[in-house]
Ligand binder design. Structure first.
Ligand code: GLU
Length: 505
C-alpha cells in the first residue's frame, strides 16, 4: 500500500444524507487535508432495491454546501475510478473468483425456504441457526457436494450465493485508532454472503475490494460498522492484502440522549437532521432552510466526538484541518444538541460582514435586490447580533426593508390605548412639519415631541408614544434602538407606516 493518505466517504444512496453521515464525511475530509492526502467520495449503490432516486445528487449537493469537496468522485473522476460501485462489478467478480479458487469462499445453493426451516428447527430447541463451520457440511454448498455436483448445479444456473469460509478456530485481533486493540473468536462468526444470487456483491466484499483497489490508507466510518471489522480483517487476510488502518467514529445520540440520532428521533425533538431540504416524500427542511450557516454546522459537527483538547471552540474549516487528529476523537457517544448548533451558527454570523450576509440572504431567496448594497450591509450589521440563523437575521432586520404586514397581537394589546390614535396623528403632524428631521438626531425630535405633548397632558408617558410607534414601524415590540430605525427609514416611510397602523387599529 502506498504511504500516501487516501480516505473515502462511502455513502449508500438510500435517502438524504443524515447528519451522522455528514460527520463521517467531515472527519474523512479533515484527516485527508491535515495529512496532505486525498479525500474520495465513493457511491455504494450495489443494493439496487434500496437505491432512492435523487439521493446521489443530494449527497453531492450537501457536501458542496458544506465545503467538503472530494478530490476523486463520480463528478471529478480520478485515477482509481469508477467511483460508483454499480459500475465495478467486474472487479468484485474477479476477486471473488480468486477467493473461491483459494478455498476461502464457496458456492451455497440452499433455498430461502430450507434456511428458514433450519432457523425454525433451531429455535424450537432454544438455539440460533448460524451458517458456519459448525454445520456447513450438512448444508447444500460446494464444500459439502462433490465438485461434479457443484459443476452441474452451476451449469444449470441453479440460484446460489457465495459465502465466505470463516475459519473455525482463530482469534482475530483488530486495531482501531480510536478504540485500541480488540479480540474476537472466529468460531462465533457466520459464513457471510459475499456475492448475492442476483449477481451483485454484498457490502462486505465490495467495500474490502474497493478499499484495497483504491489504495485506501485509513477507513474512517461510523461505529455501526465495528461489528463488521473482524470479518473485514479476515477478508484482507484471505486475499493476502495489507489492511488499511481503521477508525470507527462514536455514535451520535438523539437530543434527549436516549438512543441514536435518527430521522425519527430528530423529528420527535423538532430538530432537522438533514443538511438540505429533502422533498421526496413529505418536504423535510434541512439546516440550510432553517438558515443555519454551513460554517456553523461544520464547527458544531467537528465537536461531535472530537475536541482539540484546548478551550478553543470557534473554528473555520481551515482551522479544523490544522488542529484535527484522529487520536483526539473519543469513543464515547456524542449527544446531538440543537441549541449548541444554533450557538455556533450565531457565532459564525457575527464573524461575517454585512456584504457576506447580504449575499447569503439573497441566495436564500429574500428579496433584497431592490435596496442599495450600502443600506443592506449597514442594517444587517446593526441586527446581526440578534441572529443565530439567516431566518432570524431576516426577521430581526426585515422591517428596515419592508413595512410590517401584520402586528403582533400581544404587543398591540400592550401598546394601544384610548389616546393612541390621537398621539400617532400628532406625531405624523410633527414629522410633516419637521424640515430638519434628516439632519438632526432623531432623539432630539422625539424628546421635543414628548415635551409638547406633556404640555397638553401632564399624565403622558414616553412609552405611550414609543410602544405604538415601534409597533407601527416594526410590527412587534422588538428591534434595535428606535432612533436608529427612524433615521434609517426616513420621514416618508415612517409616516406611511404610522398611517397603515392607525388603519389596522
Ligand atoms: N455504505 C456504507 C454506509 O452507507 C459505508 C460503510 C463504510 O464506510 O465502510 O454506511
Amino acid at each position: 500500500m502506498s504511504q500516501k493518505v487516501r480516505v473515502r466517504f462511502a455513502p449508500s444512496p438510500t435517502g438524504p444524507l443524515h447528519v451522522g453521515g455528514l460527520r463521517t464525511a467531515l472527519f474523512n475530509y479533515l484527516f485527508a487535508k491535515k495529512n496532505k492526502g486525498v479525500f474520495i467520495l465513493r457511491i455504494e449503490d450495489t443494493d439496487a432495491k434500496r437505491k432512492v432516486d435523487g439521493a446521489e445528487e443530494y449527497i453531492l449537493r450537501a457536501l458542496r454546501w458544506c465545503g467538503l469537496s472530494p478530490d476523486e468522485s463520480i463528478v471529478n473522476g480520478g485515477s482509481h475510478g469508477p467511483y460508483r460501485q454499480s459500475e465495478r462489478n467486474g472487479y468484485y467478480k474477479k476477486h471473488l473468483d480468486a477467493l473461491i479458487a483459494k478455498g476461502c469462499a464457496y458456492y451455497a445453493f440452499d433455498t430461502e425456504e430450507s434456511l428458514a426451516g433450519h432457523r425454525e428447527e433451531h429455535k424450537k430447541i432454544g438455539k440460533t441457526f448460524i451458517y458456519n463451520w459448525h454445520n456447513r457440511l450438512k448444508l447444500v454448498n460446494s464444500l459439502a457436494l462433490s465438485s461434479e455436483e457443484t459443476k452441474k448445479l452451476l451449469e444449470r444456473k441453479t440460484p446460489h450465493v457465495v459465502r465466505f469460509k470463516s475459519p473455525e478456530n482463530k482469534t482475530i485481533e483488530t486495531v482501531d485508532i480510536i478504540r485500541g486493540v480488540s479480540k474476537s473468536e472466529s468460531k462465533l462468526l457466520d459464513d457471510k454472503i459475499l456475492y448475492k444470487s442476483d449477481g451483485t456483491p454484498t457490502y462486505h466484499l465490495a467495500s474490502v475490494v474497493d478499499d484495497h483497489l483504491m489504495e485506501i490508507s485509513h477507513v474512517i466510518r461510523g461505529e455501526e460498522w465495528l461489528p463488521s471489522l473482524a470479518l473485514h480483517s479476515l477478508l484482507y487476510d484471505a486475499f493476502g492484502w495489507e489492511k488499511p488502518k481503521f477508525a470507527h467514529l462514536p455514535l451520535i445520540l438523539s437530543p434527549t440522549g436516549k438512543g441514536k440520532l435518527s430521522k425519527r428521533s430528530g423529528e420527535k425533538a423538532g430538530v432537522p437532521v438533514y443538511p438540505l431540504e429533502w422533498s421526496k416524500e413529505n418536504k423535510i427542511k434541512g439546516y440550510k432552510e432553517e438558515g443555519i450557516l454551513a460554517e456553523g454546522l461544520i464547527n458544531f459537527m467537528a465537536f461531535l466526538g472530537w475536541n482539540p483538547g484546548t478551550e478553543k471552540e470557534m473554528y473555520t474549516l481551515e482551522g479544523l484541518v490544522e488542529d484535527f487528529s484522529l487520536e483526539k476523537v473519543s469513543s464515547a457517544s456524542a449527544q446531538f444538541d440543537y441549541e449548541r448548533l444554533l450557538w455556533f451558527s450565531h457565532k459564525h454570523i457575527q464573524e461575517r460582514s454585512g456584504a457576506d450576509l447580504m449575499a447569503l440572504l439573497i441566495d436564500q431567496g429574500y428579496g433584497l435586490e431592490a435596496f442599495s448594497e450600502e443600506k443592506i450591509q449597514k442594517t444587517l450589521g446593526l441586527v446581526k447580533e440578534r441572529a443565530s440563523t439567516l431566518v432570524s437575521l431576516w426577521s430581526a432586520g426585515s422591517y428596515f426593508f419592508k413595512a410590517p404586514e401584520a402586528y403582533d397581537e400581544a404587543s398591540r394589546k400592550k401598546a394601544v390605548k384610548e389616546n393612541t390614535k390621537e398621539i400617532l396623528l400628532a406625531l405624523v403632524g410633527a414629522l410633516e412639519k419637521a424640515d430638519d428631521f434628516d439632519s438632526k438626531p432623531t432623539k432630539d425630535f422625539l424628546e421635543k415631541f414628548f415635551e409638547d405633548l406633556c404640555k397638553k397632558n401632564a399624565a403622558m408617558k414616553m412609552r405611550d408614544i414609543m410602544l405604538p410607534l415601534r409597533l407601527s414601524l416594526v410590527g412587534s415590540l422588538s428591534g434595535v434602538e428606535i432612533g436608529t430605525i427612524m433615521s434609517e427609514l426616513g420621514k416618508e416611510k415612517i409616516i406611511s407606516r404610522i398611517h397603515a397602523f392607525i388603519k389596522a387599529c
